[in-house]
Design a binder for this molecule. Structure first.
Ligand code: FAD
Ligand code: SF4
Length: 316
């Protein structure tokens, strides 16, 4: 690991100002960033620990939704009574991820910002445009069974690996931030993660030094909430395909897919087609898909997973 300096911020303004230093990064639970630093995939010169900020509460919003502080741990979020009652898809997505110990440390903001699990991103002997811009992409033409089938580019076919954000996408959450000048903004989760294009090293629309302060959930949608994660092992594995769905009694609803794209994948045409069944919705979700020979199985797998979700909802 490269040497780095460290400080612990006490207010969001102080944290946002401190991270303006060249090579500075925030650290929260450290469960992703420290692994990347040990492998020298990320080499920050200075860490600003946000763990002391007062951002660990879940509060109702005036609009009837919930505001989740950036430091709320995955464990606390998934066990919150209001989340369990009104946002079941979020609770189920979180407990489908990682392990109990990791969820005790992992924070809401850190989870949103976890980096891809593409094996070549982790292998510093291999070319990877996301790790080293302009170096090439070893996954294209390499072992890419786990990687993306849609939203990818000629520069990168990695997926966004997380579970929580897929549920947040179906719930239309917004990510709240503050910068060093004190300016705040709310970024719809649909616009938070980026498609790679020719700049796959930039994962999100956050600007350098912008601190995530929380995530807001709109009013509860009602309906039946399901999160189905299909993976190679029954636990402690990232999704090959995951389905986050909120379905109403009349068959209308919302669906987002994980494990298939550089961001949680959703489109309005697929939502509109849900009453016609999984085939109709999946054909809209995967319109324009560019799978590789190794990962083409993900498209029919996602359709079947969605069919299983709709059948589960019907039987509920
Ligand atoms: C073995 C293993 C298995 C896992 N399995 C899963 C899984 O199945 N599903 C899943 O979803 N996840 C999984 N994870 C990922 C895990 O959930 C993430 O590592 C964790 O959520 C990251 O949160 P953190 O608080 O530890 O982030 P950190 O590691 O502290 O930070 C991650 C990134 O977020 C930035 N950051 C942190 N807080 C802020 C803030 N407030 N504002 C701006 N930037 C910030 C940091 O600078 C860093 O770039 C797994 C991890 C491991 C190690
Ligand atoms: S798919 Fe993306 S992350 Fe993986 S090697 Fe290619 S550029 Fe790197």
């Amino acid at each position: 690991m490269k040497p780095f300096s460290y400080e612990r911020a006490t207010t969001p303004a102080e944290a946002a100002a401190a991270v303006q230093r060249p090579g500075a990064k925030f650290i929260a639970g450290g469960t992703n960033l420290l692994d990347l630093m040990k492998l020298e995939i990320e080499t920050p010169q200075h860490l600003v620990d946000v763990g002391g900020l007062n951002l660990d509460r879940i509060e109702p919003t005036p609009e009837g939704g919930l505001r989740i502080g950036a430091l709320v741990t995955n464990t606390d979020l998934a066990s919150d009574k209001r989340v369990r009652k009104d946002y079941g898809v979020l609770c189920r997505a979180i407990v489908a991820g990682a392990s109990g110990q990791l969820r005790n440390k992992a924070t809401t903001a850190g989870n949103l910002l976890q980096r891809t699990r593409c094996p070549y991103f982790y292998d510093t002997n291999q070319p990877c445009n996301k790790r080293k811009p302009g170096s090439g992409c070893a996954a294209i033409g390499g072992v890419n069974r786990q990687l993306g089938v849609i939203g990818t580019s000629d520069a990168c076919i990695a997926t966004y690996p997380g579970d929580m954000a897929v549920a947040m996408r179906v719930l239309d959450a917004a990510v709240e931030t503050v910068n060093a000048a004190g300016a705040t903004r709310a970024i719809p989760i649909a616009n938070f993660h980026r498609l790679p294009g020719s700049t796959p090293h930039i994962d999100t629309t956050l600007q350098h030094g912008e601190l995530i302060t929380g995530v807001t959930l709109p009013r509860p949608l009602g309906g039946t909430h399901v999160y189905l994660k299909v993976r190679d092992r029954a636990s402690y594995a990232f999704a090959l395909v995951s389905i986050a769905a909120v379905i109403q009694r009349d068959g209308t609803g919302h669906v987002a897919i994980g494990g298939v794209a550089p961001k949680p994948w959703r489109n309005e045409a697929a939502d509109a087609a849900l009453p016609q069944g999984a085939k109709a919705a999946a054909s809209r979700l995967f319109a324009g898909a560019r799978p590789t020979p190794e990962n083409a199985f993900k498209v029919p797998l996602a359709e079947r997973a969605l069919a299983a979700v709709l059948a589960e909802v019907k039987a509920a």
